[in-house]
Design a protein around this ligand. Structure first.
Ligand SMILES: Cc1cc2nc3c(=O)[nH]c(=O)nc-3n(C[C@H](O)[C@H](O)[C@H](O)COP(=O)(O)OP(=O)(O)OC[C@H]3O[C@@H](n4cnc5c(N)ncnc54)[C@H](O)[C@@H]3O)c2cc1C
Length: 474
């Protein structure tokens, strides 16, 4: 494996929006980009190329491993924030900057990205090309909708600044949900949102999915700042509302879920709560929503000795990747005479009015709990060809991340979910396993629009196409 190196990592710097000489971090960034471009152009045609990233939040482990000839582009120099413009409320950010670093750079200015995906190592480039989401998405849409412009290294080896209008608008609009197959985002300018030091949380409990759905519609129409939800069982639903506040209500506690307390359990016990804005944004990361329970981390005796710095989503994901690679859990199950398990890890978008039907079918046929709910709506009239959502229509993202015993076909439950989503006018995101046949896939993800942009920016087929990548693991 050969490697291409760029070594300067940018750090945050503030400007006031006035014209200035090129800053140190920007010069450093430009040097890294120039080195990366040179290195990419030197890769012989036909040699597979991959992003050399230390972390990933993909959930496809079945793909072909990188061959000895694969070139991994070293992106370690693209992990920082180049500049925060406090006055304009924008930031220039390197493509592989994690949201953990991005938030650390913007919060001191009283600002945050409009949407901050919950897992600390999700990168800005990954969330734009792979569609992130969070509890501000009912108002601010998905992360790509607050991108002002982005520099993309195209598969043909050009550096292109893609903007919503003009000659590169096709790339700008097709980039979300292209999973790196139309090139790599090296710099993105994004809008930022002012924050307050605290978030007041109210967890509303509902017995039925119909009641919870009605509450989502009502609460997202009210002047609140964050909305998401959690389904513990078919008759226990929570809709959690967050509001920016300057200070906690007098006498109220400010909670901390990075210690012995586990955030998702607090929904059932603490109807009103306060968190710092920092802890609110990372409330789900410490226990990877609830998925840390698979490692025993929620058992007090284990939690006490599990080092705090390892209570993070990227640590748990690495453990799952290891298990998947070696099929450890399934080997043990086989040895014990138990059925093997099918991973059912998906996030799907369902039009809000169809949510109760989706949940009823899901509980009956799949049965994973808890389930995460997150309302979302496109910010305006602009649509995105590779992920066809309707403007002025609210959807709810339903996330479920666990496994179920295999009783029939190896991917029976995943196929069931794909069919159910289609029958309810929804779609699913592509970060996890994909089981559509090729024709069905292109029908659902706008093959004609994709092919036109792919042909323009990757005429020689330098990077795999979207179906090859997400259907075959990448
Ligand atoms: C259990 C689970 C729960 C999840 N829940 C959420 C959630 O609640 N909210 C949420 O927002 N997301 C969630 N995700 C999905 C996550 O946002 C996506 O997988 C996202 O693409 C990951 O970004 P990453 O930076 O880790 O990218 P990677 O995992 O490294 O890469 C993802 C893809 O993007 C490509 N890519 C990465 N960087 C770039 C770039 N700069 N330019 C072009 N292409 C690039 C890669 O080639 C790859 O195909 C979840 C994922 C899992 C596994």
């Amino acid at each position: 494996m050969s490697s291409v190196s760029g070594t300067v990592s940018g750090s945050a710097r503030t400007t006031t929006g006035t014209a200035e000489a090129v800053s140190g971090p920007r010069r450093a960034h430009d040097a890294v980009v120039a080195a990366l471009l040179r290195a990419y152009r030197e890769v012989p045609a036909g040699t597979p190329v991959r992003l050399g990233k230390r972390t990933s939040n993909l959930f496809r482990f079945g793909g072909a491993p990188a061959t000895g000839g694969t070139v991994h582009l070293d992106t370690s120099g693209l992990a920082g924030v180049i500049e925060v413009d406090r006055e304009a409320r924008t930031a220039d950010v390197a493509g592989m900057c994690t949201y953990e670093n991005l938030v650390a750079a913007t919060l001191p200015h009283g600002l945050m990205p409009l949407v901050v995906p919950q897992l600390k190592t999700i990168t800005l480039g990954g969330a734009v090309t792979g569609l992130g989401i969070e509890s501000t998405s009912f108002r601010h849409g998905l992360p790509h909708e607050s991108v002002v412009e982005m520099d993309v290294l195209t598969p043909a080896g050009e550096l292109v600044t893609a903007r919503p209008e003009g000659d590169t608008a096709d790339l700008f609009h097709a980039f979300p949900n292209s999973y790196g197959t139309l090139g790599y985002a090296l710099r993105l300018r994004i809008e930022l949102l002012p924050v307050t030091p605290y978030v007041k949380l109210t967890h509303h409990r509902f017995r039925t999915a119909e009641e919870a759905t009605a509450a989502i519609v009502e609460l997202t129409a009210s002047p609140v700042d964050f909305v998401d939800g959690t389904v513990f069982s078919p008759d226990e639903h929570y809709v959690s509302v967050g509001e920016f506040v300057d200070a906690p209500t007098p006498g109220a506690r400010v909670s901390d879920y990075t210690g012995m307390d586990v955030f998702y359990r607090s929904l059932q016990r603490r109807p009103v709560d306060h968190l710092t804005i920092h802890d609110y944004l990372w409330r789900w990361d410490t226990d990877w929503f609830w998925c840390s329970r698979a490692f025993g981390v929620q058992i007090p005796a284990v939690r006490r000795v599990w080092p705090k710095r390892y209570r993070r989503s990227d640590v748990y994901r690495r453990l799952v990747a290891l298990d998947q690679r070696h099929q450890g859990s399934n080997r043990i199950r086989r040895a014990l005479g138990q059925p093997e398990e099918e991973m059912v890890i998906q996030d799907v978008e369902i039009p809000t009015q169809n949510l109760p039907r989706f949940l009823a079918e899901f509980h009956e046929h799949v049965g994973i709990t808890p389930v995460w709910l997150c309302p979302l709506q496109l910010r305006g009239e602009r649509t995105w060809p590779l992920y066809p959502m309707e403007p002025r229509t609210q959807y709810v993202n339903v996330g479920f991340w666990s496994s179920v015993p295999i009783t029939g076909d190896r991917w029976e439950h995943n196929r069931f979910v794909e069919d159910l989503v289609a029958s309810l006018d929804g779609h699913k995101s592509l970060y996890s396993t994909v089981h559509y046949g090729e024709a069905e896939f292109w029908e659902r993800y706008n093959g004609p629009a994709y092919r036109a942009v792919k042909q323009r920016y990757d005429p020689a087929g330098r990077l795999p196409d979207l179906y090859t990548k997400v259907g075959g693991g990448a």
